[in-house]
Design a protein around this ligand. Structure first.
Ligand code: ATP
Ligand code: MG
Length: 424
């Protein structure tokens, strides 16, 4: 398109040649979530900016640099395209008082927006499926979230994922750790980059999350939170690990795992692959016991995770799983008077009633060119309807994928024929 309008950089169209993979993924995920009793919640894509600042944290990459924020000119409200789903989910749970009925296992799916540098596995509009268990203190639910991920990877044919876990402790141990980190980074000011210097006094924990290669050594030698950990968080972490071991889930403890959002405490985890280059984290989450209260609700423990759909689809393909593009069962080729066409319509609707996926040829075209279309549609059978078939109220059935003679049959015996030949 020379002067045409194009899509926004980092925001992708998903065309039919690819969308079937998304549909396969969505169907698998839906069944998987149902198997664990998680129920769907759908929230708006736009929220008050304040919600994200309060939940994700002012001094984070997302809030400082990545949000699509704009002023609603009609009332001067500051609004933001959601960069993640947990904040909205918690807001909705509080607003509609759904925790009154007890703890809730919830999930959401949909687009998220972050103004990042687009590259493979990193986009400005991307998609997440997120799971939130609200009202559960764990560690059993923490384990459930991880165990269910492991099951999904198996269902999707993904084999090369590594689980990294850690614990961030409670508020007090984090405060203690923060003070020690501050002292340490103060002593190593010269090694810090601009972002980290700015965050030194506001959010030193965030420095640990830096992806700057030049900072990795100073980060590696920084004090570790595990040394400041409170006893209860320690026990929580131990129990989680016990369940994981019992379930046969391999994990690595990565004490440098801090996550990019401020609301986490205790358990944090990431599923990481080496197959996608720098964008190796396909799923990440943890516990956020303070968030519900922070957003205005009653103090409620909670735990959740979000996975990046684009990265998982790339990984499914990298793992070599073959997913067939769905094809129609039947393509109806027809030619003749209006009566013949009406008969072809009747056949098509009847076959759909019977549960077949049917394409009825639309527009003109000789038998030959229609047959070509039938073939390239991938359909398993062509159904041919012309004057002869109409006269005797039959159809000619021609298998397109097997060397079987074509046959002329009554419409209501098609089901039997197709099922008997069982070409799928
Ligand atoms: P990263 O470290 O890769 O920037 P993150 O810590 O910012 O990820 P989360 O906020 O935890 O990511 O989001 C959960 C998951 O969503 C990520 O593990 C990733 O799979 C996916 N994700 C996050 N940002 C993007 C993006 N810009 N494009 C595509 N997927 C993304
Ligand atoms: Mg990020």
């Amino acid at each position: 398109m020379a002067n045409g309008v194009k899509a926004i950089r980092g925001m992708n169209d998903i065309l039919p040649n690819e969308s079937y993979l998304w549909e396969y993924f969505e169907q698998t995920v839906q069944q998987w979530l149902a198997a664990y009793g998680y129920r769907n919640i759908r929230t708006p894509i736009v929220e008050q900016t304040d919600l994200f600042i309060r939940s994700i944290g002012e001094v984070t990459d997302i809030v400082e640099k990545e949000m699509y924020t704009f002023i609603d000119n009609l009332n001067n409200d500051s609004l933001t395209l959601r960069p993640e789903g947990t904040a909205s989910c918690v807001r909705a749970a509080i607003e509609h008082n759904i925790l009154y009925a007890g703890p809730q296992r919830l999930y959401y799916a949909g687009p998220m927006f972050r103004h990042e540098r687009p590259q493979k596995g990193r986009y400005r509009q991307f998609h997440q499926v997120g799971v939130e268990a609200l009202g559960y203190a764990g560690p059993d639910i923490d384990a459930e979230l991880i165990v269910m991920c492991a099951r999904l990877w198996k269902l999707l044919g993904i084999s090369d994922l590594r689980l990294e876990i850690s614990t961030l402790g409670n508020t007090e141990s984090r405060a203690l750790h923060r003070a020690r980190l501050l002292k340490y980074f103060e002593q190593h000011r010269d090694d810090l980059d601009e972002d980290s210097l700015r965050r030194l006094h506001t959010n030193p924990l965030r420095i640990l999350d830096s992806k700057n290669p030049r900072m990795q050594r100073v980060i590696e030698n920084a004090p570790k939170l595990i040394d400041d950990l409170d006893l209860e968080s320690c026990n929580h972490f131990e129990s989680l690990q016990r369940i994981l071991r019992e379930r046969g889930i391999n994990y690595e403890i990565n004490l440098r795992l801090v996550r990019g959002l401020d609301y986490y405490n205790r358990t944090v985890f990431e599923w990481v692959t080496d197959k996608l280059g720098a964008q190796g984290t396909v799923c990440a989450g943890g516990r956020y016991d303070g968030l519900v209260e922070q957003v205005g609700g009653k103090s409620t423990p909670a735990c959740g995770f979000a996975m990046g759909v684009e990265r998982l689809l790339l990984l499914i393909q990298a793992c070599g799983k073959k997913i067939n593009q769905p094809v129609p069962d039947i393509y109806i080729v027809h030619q003749g008077s209006d009566q013949v066409m009406d008969y072809a319509w009747k056949c098509a609707e009847f076959l759909r009633d019977e549960g077949f996926n049917v394409i009825l040829h639309c527009g003109d075209g000789s038998f030959k060119s229609q047959m070509k279309k039938a073939d390239s549609s991938g359909a398993v059978y062509a159904l041919i309807i012309g004057d002869d078939e109409f006269k005797v109220q039959e159809v000619t059935i021609k298998p397109l994928r097997e060397l079987i003679e074509q046959a002329s049959v009554k419409l209501n015996s098609i089901t039997e024929i197709i099922n008997k030949k069982n070409l799928y």
